[in-house]
Design a protein around this ligand. Sequence first.
Ligand SMILES: NC(=O)C1=CN([C@@H]2O[C@H](COP(=O)(O)OP(=O)(O)OC[C@H]3O[C@@H](n4cnc5c(N)ncnc54)[C@H](OP(=O)(O)O)[C@@H]3O)[C@@H](O)[C@H]2O)C=CC1
Ligand SMILES: O=C(O)C(=O)Cc1ccc(O)cc1
Length: 444
Amino acid sequence: MSSVASKAEIDEWKRTKTIGIIGLGDMGLLYATNFSENGWNVVACDREEIYEDVKAKYSNSRFKVLPNGHYVSRISDYVIYSVETSNIAKIASLYGPSTKLGSIVGGQTSCKNDEIKAFEKYLPEDIEIITIHSLHGPKISTEGQPLVLINHKSTKPDSFRFVESLVSCLKSKHVYLTYQEHDRITADTQAVTHAAFLSMGAAWAELKVYPWKLDDNKWYGGIENVKVNISLRIYSNKWHVYAGLAITNPHAHQQILQYATSATELFTLFLDKDKKPELTERIKKAKEFVFGHHKGLLLLDDSILEKFSLSNGMTNTSKTTVPNSHLSLLSIVDSWYKLKINPYDHMICSTPLFRIFLGVTEYLFLNDDLLNQTIDAVYDNKSFRRDDLEFIVAARKWSSIVSFQSFDLYKKQFETTQEFFQPMFSEANKIGNEMVKTILSHSK
Ligand SMILES: NC(=O)C1=CN([C@@H]2O[C@H](COP(=O)(O)OP(=O)(O)OC[C@H]3O[C@@H](n4cnc5c(N)ncnc54)[C@H](OP(=O)(O)O)[C@@H]3O)[C@@H](O)[C@H]2O)C=CC1
Ligand SMILES: O=C(O)C(=O)Cc1ccc(O)cc1
């Protein structure tokens, strides 16, 4: 995108420039730690009410904690707002006017529409806007993961090179987009992926089951392990991350609605055995659209996923695995087909969870025996009917909450399920983290 800065230039920037981080939560801390440990001069703040605590907590760190965003903004050459997506306007309106003359501002928020609009509205005219988004969570190594850079408004020739030099210590893969492209792609990748796993978890919570604890082998196997581990991983996090990126991104509403609609329509075909040819035809058409040109290795290998079960040896291996209707996976391929989205086009800008979701979907659809067994199971073995029913109810609920833009309802719905799984998180996260690490190392 721009020429690479020389070592001398970078050393000079490290000596003379100050990097400011507003919001010392998970992602802000990741950045403040990385940048400061790589020789950059970093100042940071969290909410002013907790200044003394935050200062004490990070007293041994290489970055300096300041009382609030005004203190950070007035001395920083590049300010990164790492705050809740839905609060960006409020927080930028507070500290934006204190931004140092001629400096650069960006953010880490997950949806760039509101962030850019807030910067355009609340920052002084002379400020440049170069914003970023690490497409992974705070517990994953930054190395090799996509990092989006959006050069929205810069006038000085060195500005973008300076920001790019700063973030190069993360060793992520730089992806250059406009903010509109960013939001379009992340709606297709992140928002709908989260909707799928949120719906699975909500369905299990509604049925009051920890699926891996059932001893009927219903949720046994690599694909089932992914569903359980990723769903619990999401529910063990902060609700605002998922709410923010879905609700504030207008493109996400349509994707999530289509996902719920596909699930409902497929489930309706499940109800009548005479509809089997129609269901088969619909699935095959969607498969041809999404995977018709697939060549080479699969993203995931079911055998590597087998060992990441939460069931702790409880699986009854004397029984055969109960064939699942895999409604959640059939629905995502159907919705990609309906929206004419080729998920592989977004690989360059994908999150780990999206790659895992695409990986298990690919595994199902590119294994003819498994796909046929899945369609047969819909009509001949109805063990998953109740689960499927709760799944579509949950998918539609999430879709309504997102399109009505209700942060309150989102929080309530998220926390109800979170509470149900709470006792399981510490064990689940251990296994889930191992699984994600293994998958990422296999999918390089
Ligand atoms: N977590 C993830 O996986 C990823 C998150 N993101 C995005 O990055 C952003 C930050 O996320 P994350 O770090 O996970 O969230 P956190 O909730 O951990 O961090 C946000 C921090 O900002 C603080 N904050 C709120 N108001 C102010 C204020 N006025 N001044 C200073 N600090 C303030 C919050 O304090 P308090 O909690 O007390 O309100 C909190 O500590 C979000 O927009 C998120 O969508 C991007 C990539 C990955
Ligand atoms: O991989 C995912 O989808 C995650 O859940 C982590 C995540 C959350 C928010 C972001 O803005 C980026 C990544």
